[in-house]
Write a protein that binds this ligand. Sequence first.
Ligand code: AMP
Length: 159
Amino acid sequence: MIEQTFVALKPDAVQRGLTGEIIKRFEQVGMKIVAMKMVWVTPEFSKKHYREHVDKPFYKGLEEFIIQGPVIGMVLEGVSSVDTVRKMVGSTEPKSAAPGTIRGDFSHHSYSYADQKGIPIKNLIHASGNKKDAEYEIALWFTKSEMHNYKTVHEVHTQ
Ligand code: AMP
C-alpha cells in the first residue's frame, strides 16, 4: 500500500514561483518527500523521460517546453501515492482540470489555445501515470544515494 511516485514541477511552475504552493499540498496530505532536486533537463534526458511520447505529434513542443528552464524533480511516498498524487494534480489540460486540483487551481491553459498559438500546453506538473512508470522514472531521475530514509510523524498514523 505504501508506495513511491515521481513528480516534476515543470519550468512554468518554477518560473511562476509556484513550487512552494505545490509542494505544500503534498506535505499537507502527509506525503513523504524522500528525494528532491533541481535539474535543467536536456533533450536527450527528455526523450528518456517521455519515452512513450517521443513519436507523438505533440512531442516536439513538449520537449521545447520541458528544456526551457529548470524543473524540480521529487519522489513522494505514501498510501497509494501514484493514484493520490494524480488525483491531486488533475486532468492533463488545465482548462478541464477540476477546481481544487493543482492544474485546476493554478492554470487555465487549454489545448485549443495552445494549438492556435502553436505552443505546448503549460500544465505545471508531471506525475507518474502508474506504478511501473513510477519505478522507471524514479530510477531515471535519482540514484540510490539520493533517496532518503527517515521517519515522519505521519507514518505513526498510517501504521
Ligand atoms: P502524460 O504522460 O500523459 O502525463 O503526458 C505527458 C505530457 O505530455 C503532458 O503532461 C502534457 O504536457 C503533454 N501532452 C499529453 N497529451 C497531450 C496532447 N494531446 N497534446 C499536447 N500535449 C500533450
